[in-house]
Design a protein around this ligand. Sequence first.
Ligand SMILES: *Cc1c(COP(=O)(O)O)cnc(C)c1O
Length: 194
Amino acid sequence: MEKEHITICASKYFSAEQIRRIHELGTRHFGENRVQDLIGKKALLSDLDITWHFIGHLQTNKVKDVLEHIDYLHTLDRIKLARTIEKYATRPLKCFIQVNMTKEVQKSGIEPEKLEQFLSEIENYDKIEVIGLMTIGKAEDAEATERAFKGLSEWASRLDLPYLSMGMTEDYEIALKHGATHLRIGRKFLEMLE
Ligand SMILES: *Cc1c(COP(=O)(O)O)cnc(C)c1O
């Protein structure tokens, strides 16, 4: 089941200088959760070859600011966001649809049963290139997390989407077992900086 995967450093924990060090050690993909942090750190690191991902909740009023700075959005989770991207983007943006697999009310994400409807609504949006599905496991519940990752993988196959963004420091092994292609790893990078 394990597929070739890339590791994105979830760099919300790290300063630009720490990101520089992680880059020196070989990581080329970084993901931020907040638009201002991404823009600020990116400006300080413009001499490096980095692919920037946005992995946090994206407010529609920030779309215009972030679009030119990212190559991937992991958190497309509502039609209003898709509409705003379609309006302001000057080139297609690679997107993962965020899915709420664990049905936690506080979590963003589309319900899996509504994915087909969502995909058909954005079918003609030429600035949105859906490349896969993204989910977040359930904290401190390995069984629920495994069900979520397995379920996400099944939905992706059913919908013919090639990529799966899932797996963080605590659960990346479970994610790899179920075919993750994009891991988002934060705290584990602390070990590298010691
Ligand atoms: C912070 C964060 C991660 C990484 O979390 P760790 O548990 O530190 O590995 C992954 N995905 C998202 C969306 C995050 O906000």
